[in-house]
Design a protein around this ligand. Structure first.
Ligand code: CTP
Length: 407
């Protein structure tokens, strides 16, 4: 774990803690500037190992070569503009930059800096160079920076950088950035349709599968927009999160983001209906014991609409279907009919007859393709299912330019 000289170095202590507590053997390599923010004793105590910044300590063990050569992953958090400039140009004047030159394992950089530095043409070029070489450069988050100012450049939450590291480590040698240069849109969560200022019609979707899809896409190098409806989960690292409440808002956010997208995955559970009107005042009980009548109107079917908005061959639309069989057909019969009705390329089918999927960390599914493909995914984590879904998307994407979907 490399640490370069930014104030966010203090957050790397939390990342280190998570890595060691989950059983990883971590060597911390701070730059001299990083030690101005957090001292060597902190890194040594948390990692249980000696800490060096230059190449002149323990020279007989050749640490400037050995650390990079023996690592399964190199993560640098925070990665400053200066560190990325050195890495992009192959400079090697301390232990961290020599480690980056000798590492042949996956490399994850989590940049943190002021917005102006992140947006500067030099940094843009260095990030592009590093990404073109297969380095996973995580997009910084937006929010409060060092001073009172806010903007893009914040280090993502350490727990989310940890998730990226775990994902890359789990995929090991197969951890390719096969979604690099792609923009994908994922929807997650359940929409709420207000009835009055305090009540709404909603559903139990937790948003976990959509968040797992967004995380997995970011770990494969995609530019990810996550449209989240009422989800109480932390923002995934490197993902642009747009928060919405109703199906109409979800529709506008997804359709708007889809214009520049190569693929859209509708993992959200949008309410199919909304009340015809929202009461301005809280709905009161009538004195005579009668119940109010609530009239509903149908919302747009976003998945179906996206399928009709494809602007070029090779932009991929993925839907989800939570199904139970009935006397008209089995789960798969009904799912095949839904795939045809929605017009999407892939439909991820969950059999919810047992009612087990909602809120659970696991999922099992069958992925149906409009091309007739059928892929069964046995019970596994939502992350593992997310990667299988992206595998199916990746080999359907056709390189192309121009808008993926009509505005
Ligand atoms: N979906 C959508 N817009 C809606 C409702 C659902 O885009 N208004 C998407 C969901 O995100 C999911 C897929 O459609 O990807 C399947 O949702 P489901 O509720 O099973 O579809 P319905 O249209 O409600 O199916 P049915 O005809 O069975 O009511």
């Amino acid at each position: 774990m490399g640490v370069s000289g930014g104030i966010a170095a203090y957050k790397a202590c939390e990342l280190l803690r998570r890595l060691t507590e989950s059983g990883h053997d971590v060597t911390v390599v701070p730059t001299a500037a990083a030690l101005e923010f957090v001292g060597a004793p902190t890194w040594a105590a948390l990692s249980g190992k000696p800490v060096h910044t230059d190449v002149w300590s323990d020279v007989h063990q050749v640490p400037h070569v050995r650390i990079g050569q023996t690592a399964d992953l190199v993560v640098v958090a925070p990665a400053t503009a200066d560190l990325m400039a050195k890495a992009a140009h192959g400079l090697a004047d301390d232990l961290l930059t020599t480690t980056l030159l000798t590492a042949r394992c996956p490399v994850v950089l989590a940049p943190a800096m002021h917005t102006e530095m992140w947006e500067h043409a030099s940094t843009r070029a260095n990030v592009a160079t590093l990404r073109s070489r297969g380095v996973l450069v995580v997009e910084p988050a937006e929010g409060r920076l060092t001073g009172a100012d806010t903007g893009k450049g914040r280090l993502p939450d350490p727990s989310e950088i940890f998730e990226v590291c775990t994902d890359v480590l789990a995929r090991g040698a197969t951890a390719s950035l096969d979604l690099a240069g792609r923009h994908v849109v994922v929807s997650a969560g359940g929409t709420r349709e207000p009835l009055d200022p305090v009540r709404f019609l909603g559903n139990r979707s937790s948003g976990r599968q959509g968040y797992a899809l967004a995380r997995a896409a970011a770990a494969r190098g995609a530019d990810v927009t996550l449209v989240a409806a009422n989800v109480e989960l932390p923002d995934p690292a490197g993902v642009k999160v747009v928060r919405v409440e109703t199906t109409a808002q979800l529709h506008d956010a997804v359709v708007g983001a889809a214009v520049s997208a190569d693929a859209v995955v509708m993992a959200a559970a949008p309410a199919d209906f909304r009340p015809t009107g929202v009461s301005g005042a809280k709905i009161k009980k009538a004195g005579d014991g009668s119940a109010p009548t609530i009239t509903l109107v149908q919302n747009a079917d976003i998945l179906h609409e996206l399928s009709t908005r494809r602007a070029r061959p090779g932009s991929v639309v993925v839907g989800f279907a939570a199904e139970t069989g009935d006397d008209t057909g089995s789960v798969l019969d009904l799912a095949r009919a839904k795939l045809a009705r929605k017009g999407c390329d892939l439909l991820v089918v969950n059999d919810v007859s047992g009612g087990a999927v909602f809120g659970s960390p696991d999922n099992e599914a069958v992925i149906l393709g409009a091309d007739g493909a059928v892929r069964e995914v046995p019970r596994s984590t939502k992350t593992a299912l997310a990667h299988v879904i992206w595998d199916e998307v990746v080999h359907r994407l056709v390189p192309g330019s121009g808008p993926g979907f009509a505005p």
